[in-house]
Design a protein around this ligand. Structure first.
Ligand code: SF4
Length: 58
């Protein structure tokens, strides 16, 4: 289940650009979209790898 650590996120937007189905930018931080809290789609892994501060867990 994807989560974004709001304290770590620096708002670079990388996760939302590789996995827009799950992540969206709000107020300068990434958030898991409503209804996607249990998503297991493959781009989540790409988002985790693309995050420069290791803020995404799944
Ligand atoms: S890739 Fe990481 S730092 Fe960048 S917006 Fe997403 S969660 Fe935040």
């Amino acid at each position: 289940m994807p989560t974004v650590d709001q304290k770590k996120c620096i708002g670079c937007g990388a996760c939302a650009s590789v996995c827009e189905e799950v992540f969206e930018m709000k107020n300068g931080k990434s958030h898991v979209k409503k209804g996607q809290e249990k998503s297991k789609i493959p781009c989540i892994k790409e988002a985790i790898e693309s995050c420069p501060v290791d803020a995404i867990k799944a």
